[in-house]
Design a protein. Structure first.
Length: 486
């Protein structure tokens, strides 16, 4: 087949090729061992819901409920990852539809952004393989922007658009910044502030608030409103700032956060001043990226999946390469901004070549399952051994306690924790020491697991274990303690 025929074949079936590449990039995620801590929390809360517990009141994490509801629906790590696998293809398709809407006259302006989006959201670099909130909240966010830009503006479902951004926010609160970008863009696109603008903004905001307020009503009926508001919203403020204590402070806030806020305001001001000379597509890309990057850097924490929120706008910016010359610098500026943020905040990074090499060697029979699992850390085999021991030696409705950052044990064993907290860093960050000791004292579990990797002190817990438990078994860094029979 000659070059012209190959080019024609690609241009006709390029989306199929992109989805095919995505399939092979995401396939390893379906076979990974269950070792990622955050997914352990989500599955544990999902399991708790299925056993009748109420989020926040009976079991704790610091995100809104949709991620845990999805985990409850999956009810296993394999199905949870499968949901993400399918969800990712729907997200790529909606991104393609949005790019097609924004760049209708340039085929390459649709193809290039879609390729970038599919690659960047699937690679291990930004933890695209892990079922975190960012991977889920992109779909409703992109769909919301797509509906906003539909040509027949008389039929734009303003309330529904707000609902979609609300659903994204109920996966994780930073998605609200994408909604803020939409509101600013809407105002920028309007030549005057008139009744129609006010009405449509009201419908957008009403749509955004309705699902969120509905969750308030639900948890109020469960006697958990206070815990919900505290955990998912208010308590996140000290939690987010806990990684900024070593940074220079001004008015009680990290100086980098203040600088980011000032820069965001400067960008908004610039777009207001130059709004008649900047295309709508360019305004969307700049605003969306700026608000998303501010949200991603809000905590100063170095988790790469935070940056996934910036990828849709960054990928769309590559479509500007095929338009006016002045716009071609925007993808470069945004890329430099993302790379600079990655380096300045010292985001963790993961190798891609060894990750895929490890999986496909396993898939092709060049590695055993144990060798494949070993690449995910020396604790992997010990984690599964500990889970197997607990499943054999405890009853299905029996509770256990784990001191450490491996809540996957709860989900692997299908056992719930004695208290609300599923991981040691929640006890530490949310000052749950006394609550934990009280729960352990009143409901002493037969088995306690101590991860020796957790070095932060909890003297009362250490004394409690020494007084009431004996070491039964050690698997790697996991010590399994059995309650002394008196």
């Amino acid at each position: 087949m000659d070059g012209k025929k190959l080019k024609k074949l690609f241009l006709n079936y390029w989306l199929v090729f992109v989805l095919g590449i995505t399939f092979f990039l995401r396939l390893p995620s379906l076979f990974e061992p269950f070792t990622y801590g955050d997914e352990g929390i989500y599955l544990t809360l999902g399991q708790a819901l299925r056993k009748g517990l109420v989020f926040y009141r009976d079991i704790h994490d610091n995100k809104p409920p949709f991620l845990y509801l999805l985990a409850a629906l999956a009810n296993s790590f394999s199905y949870y990852r499968l949901i993400l696998f399918i969800w990712s293809f729907a997200t790529i398709f909606m991104f393609f539809k949005l790019a097609l809407l924004l760049f209708p006259k340039r085929k390459l302006a649709v193809i290039v952004p879609t390729i970038f989006f599919a690659l960047l959201t699937s690679l291990h670099t930004f933890e695209g393989n892990i079922a975190n909130a960012e991977n889920f909240m992109m779909l409703p966010t992109i769909t919301g922007f797509y509906l906003f830009f539909k040509k027949n503006s008389q039929k734009v479902p303003w309330f529904l658009i707000g609902v979609l951004f609300s659903l994204a926010t109920l996966f994780k609160v930073p998605a609200a910044f994408d909604f803020a970008a939409l509101l600013v863009l809407f105002i920028l696109m309007s030549k005057t502030i008139n009744r129609a603008l006010i009405t449509n903004c009201f419908l957008l905001v009403a749509g955004f608030l309705t699902p969120i307020m509905s969750t308030f009503v639900y948890y109020a009926t469960k006697g958990a409103l206070s815990q919900y508001l505290t955990a998912a919203f208010f308590q996140n403020l000290p939690y987010l700032s806990s990684w900024g204590v070593d940074k220079p402070q001004t008015v009680g806030l990290p100086l980098p956060l203040i600088c980011q806020g000032v820069l965001l305001l400067a960008i908004i001001t610039f777009l207001f001043v130059r709004r008649d000379k900047i295309s709508t597509e360019t305004k969307l890309i700049i605003l969306w990226f700026s608000f998303a990057l501010f949200a991603a850097l809000l905590s100063g924490r170095p988790y790469p999946h935070y940056l996934l929120q910036t990828i849709p706008a960054l990928a769309l910016s590559f479509g500007l390469f095929f338009y006016k010359d002045k716009q071609k610098i925007i993808p470069l500026v945004l890329s430099i901004g993302l790379i600079a943020s990655f380096l300045f905040f010292k985001f963790w990074h993961y190798p891609n070549i060894s990750y895929y090499q490890n999986f496909y060697q396993f898939l092709l029979g060049a590695k055993s399952k144990d060798e494949y699992f070993a690449q995910f850390g020396g604790h992997t085999q010990a984690l599964y051994q500990t889970a197997e021991f607990l499943k054999i030696h405890t009853q299905p409705d029996e509770k256990i306690f784990i001191w450490g950052t491996q809540p996957s044990l709860y989900a692997l064993t299908k056992r719930l924790p004695v208290d609300r907290y599923t991981t040691s860093y929640h006890i530490i960050d949310f000052n749950g020491y006394q609550e934990t000791i009280t729960a352990l004292t009143q409901n002493q579990p037969r088995y306690i697991v101590v991860d020796q990797e957790e070095k932060r002190p909890f003297p009362a817990f250490k004394s409690f274990v020494q007084d009431n438990y004996l070491l039964k078994l050690q698997a790697g860094n996991f010590q399994i303690f059995h309650r002394i029979l008196r």
